[in-house]
Design a protein around this ligand. Structure first.
Ligand SMILES: [Zn+2]
Length: 94
């Protein structure tokens, strides 16, 4: 049985498109993953069990309202990561 969180895909998709425009202090892949993880913690997961359910839930997440909610979570998370980047190349070590 495979359980899949479609919210993960939706956040990844929006983050990919907005990443270059986000006011983060660092645009390295590690900081991007931190923003992704933090955003997912802020958002309600949408678990689905099969392909058809996934399509439906995904369409649901692509409404303007959902996209705005996701983008807000991403912006808030990028502020947290900007204030305290945890990438290995930075000043602060993990
Ligand atoms: Zn970084």
């Amino acid at each position: 049985m495979i359980i899949h969180n479609v919210m993960e895909e939706a956040v990844e998709d929006i983050l990919d498109k907005q990443w270059e425009n986000l006011a983060v202090s660092c645009h390295c892949p590690e900081c991007k993953m931190d923003v992704l993880a933090l955003s997912l913690n802020r958002l309600k997961p949408r678990y689905v069990r099969n392909q058809a359910g996934g399509m439906y839930a995904k369409a649901d997440l692509m409404t303007e309202q959902s996209r705005a909610t996701i983008l807000t979570a991403i912006v808030e998370s990028s502020k947290v990561v900007s204030a305290c980047p945890r990438h290995s190349g930075g000043m602060i070590q993990k």
